[in-house]
Design a protein around this ligand. Sequence first.
Ligand SMILES: [Zn+2]
Length: 383
Amino acid sequence: MSAVSVPEASAQALRYFRSGNVIWAVELLLGFALPALLLFTGWSARLRSLSSGIAHGHSYPTLVVYLVLLSGLLFSIQLPLTVYVGYVREHAYGLSAQTFSKFALDRLKGLVIGLIVGALVIWVPYLLLARSPTRWWLWTGLLALPFFTLVLLITPVYIAPLFNKFGPMKDKALEGQVLAVAAQAGVEGARVFEVNKSVDTEKVNAYVTGIGRTKRIVLWDTLLARLTPQETRFVVGHELGHYVLGHVWINILISWGLTLVGLYGAHRGAGFLLARFGGRFGFTTLADPASLPLLMLLLSLFSFVIGPASLALSRHHERQADRFGLDLTGDTHAAATAFVALQKQNLAVPRPGLLYKIFRASHPPIGERVDFINSYRPRAAAP
Ligand SMILES: [Zn+2]
């Protein structure tokens, strides 16, 4: 079959791409600057004293009040940018028909869920910091594995449905085809969900999430509306690749390892900074709740440093999943046209350049994916 050519990025897509890079840099800098500001001005220490007053000096309530005040403060400072990036800009590019009330409610829900989860777990590292000031990072890091596992078990079933409706696929004929592809991949009784993302965005996407009994393939309704059944079969084949190749578990284990290293780095870095600037910060030990912005700052720095490596691993998984989907469906033409459709609908730039790839791309650029598909000879024959 003839090769599918990759269209040039539209002028609008290029504008969306360039402004997106500026926004990425601004958000990255804010992620460092805001915690640093709270530390060096002594505001974090003042916020802790205020929290301690409200909580009558009890340690766990102080921690929770501090967490609520800090989260509320950071949420408010970033609110104009959040509204611009998530709402105004998406509408300006015709990428969203979301109502403002849905946008606002989703952000509030996110904040509240973050606070509830935070209040449930924040005492763990602080208790360990108080009991074991030299090994707290190890115990906290070890506990991260069951925590990550629990999050992946719970999120698809209890958290994601708070934002969108998940249900069986509406198109039963297509669902039959999708389940046939799954059976072909050796995944019997795969759970495939359709989610009504059209209330939030015009973009198209699909993903695999969950572990054990909550494992599932989720297809956005926007994708089902715009891709042909053949293209959808390839997308499902790709997602099945993530599923069969165990990418969810690999990611949990790698995140766990990185968390251990990151916490150790934060422990060492905090020791250094506290010895030097403790006077200005208004606290001298990590066991003080006022240290939360310091931990945030050091962990953000760590994730920025390891970002290129974890993005490279993610792109590797995506290439593996693409190959899996091609071998499964044998339909290189539909795979390539699916990516061209994705490029148009998501205002993607097919060849974004090396710097973008290194620092931002969790998926290979669409141009590279189509080039690969055009040159690939799948194991299965086209149906
Ligand atoms: Zn993927």
